[in-house]
Design a protein around this ligand. Structure first.
Ligand code: UDP
Ligand code: MG
Length: 347
């Protein structure tokens, strides 16, 4: 039995040594046959060098390096595209997903589950806001979007090979892996665990990125926001019809209640709502436009210990042979080129 571990890496120079020590130790307790696929999601801090050093002395450690930052979800997808094991694990590389959980997870796979997910019942080192927003996010997702998404379950999961194959068949650009797992509908076991703080470094999810991920989760799973905006529009139509009646009655009864200010604020509210609805519609149309271009989900520029690029649709693997041992060259802006002045004809 071979276990493949996939872990996305983005500027994790400080934390990688911890992972590369602890993970192989946890894996050898379970099997002699394993691979660790680290997908460098366009790091600029030298994370790839740390991985490369280890990969040179241990062929079970593999590197897939993106040409730029494509995001955690794309990195997980690239890792899944490369796995060769019978069992597949997806975990973060910052030690918040403890390697000690792999044993109990594997037991569940042996009991016949296709997916084993870890639920966070406690979180260390995370702000009150992050914990609160995460709870609210799962509540919204479960009540409005997809009730099959289990609460407080991230990407830390173990899959049978057939489940991983099923997952990588999804090739959409805007992807939320947790939604895709729920959509697949395979037999899933949930193991609670206490999530420790990062071993080192900072979170790579500032508020803006968290909001973007939450919106991708909602909009890629459901057209509900569009429906909600049309319901709101209908409600506003009723309110404005009632207001028009009141206005007419007031006009004939000579009430003083129809103050201009109330009407201005009402109309402003109405146009604000319309703009929001148009914006929502535009966002969905934009996503359809992006999908219609069928661009690759990620671009791989270099690899280490990966024999052959997988033949997956919507994945671009540049010719990595020449680049195997190449040092990463940072982009550089050169000064203007001064051309020699040529004598010009007078007149
Ligand atoms: N990550 C990534 N690309 C990104 C952001 C994050 O590959 O653009 C990786 C990161 O290196 C880590 C995992 O995704 O392995 C989760 O990120 P992080 O620990 O910062 O998220 P948090 O645990 O704070 O929610
Ligand atoms: Mg983390």
């Amino acid at each position: 039995m071979k276990i493949s571990v996939v872990s996305p890496v983005y500027n994790e120079y400080e934390v990688l040594p911890y992972l590369l020590d602890a993970l192989p130790k946890a894996l050898v307790k379970l099997t002699d046959h394993y691979e660790i696929i680290l997908v460098d999601d366009g790091s600029t801090d030298g994370s790839d060098r740390v991985i490369r050093e280890r990969a040179e002395s241990d062929s079970r450690i593999k590197l897939v390096q993106f040409s730029r930052n494509f995001g955690q979800q794309a990195a997980i997808t690239a890792g899944l595209d490369c796995v060769t094991g019978d069992i597949v694990v997806v975990m973060d590389c910052d030690m918040q997903d403890p390697p000690e959980m792999l044993g109990p997870m594997l037991d569940k796979i042996h009991q016949g589950y296709d997916v084993v997910s870890c639920r966070r019942i406690g979180r260390d080192g995370e702000s009150l806001f992050k914990r609160w927003s995460s709870t609210a996010f799962y509540q919204v997702m479960r009540s409005g979007i997809d009730h099959r998404i289990p609460p407080e379950v991230g990407d830390f999961r173990m899959y049978t090979r057939r489940a991983a194959d099923g997952l990588r068949a999804f090739r959409e650009q805007h992807r939320f892996m947790r939604g895709l797992v729920a959509w697949l509908g395979l037999k899933e076991a949930i193991l609670p665990f206490h999530r420790p703080a990062r071993a080192a470094g900072q979170t790579k999810y500032p508020l803006s990125k968290l909001v973007k991920l939450a919106w991708t989760a909602i909009s890629s799973s459901s057209p509900l926001p569009l429906k909600a905006s049309s319901y709101l529009g209908a409600a506003m139509l009723w309110i404005s019809a009632c207001a028009a009646c009141l206005f007419l009655i007031g006009f004939f009864a000579d009430w003083n209640a129809t103050s201009n200010l109330a009407w201005v604020s009402f109309l402003l509210g109405l146009s604000g709502l319309q703009m929001t609805a148009i914006g929502l519609l535009g966002d969905y149309v934009g996503r359809v436009f992006e999908e219609s271009k069928s661009r690759p989900l990620y671009v791989v520029s270099q690899v280490c210990n990966i024999e052959r690029s997988p033949e997956q649709p919507r994945a671009l693997w540049l010719d990595t042979h020449e680049a195997q041992s190449a040092v990463r060259i940072e982009p550089r802006v050169y000064g203007p080129i001064v051309l020699p002045s040529t004598p010009r004809k007078a007149g």
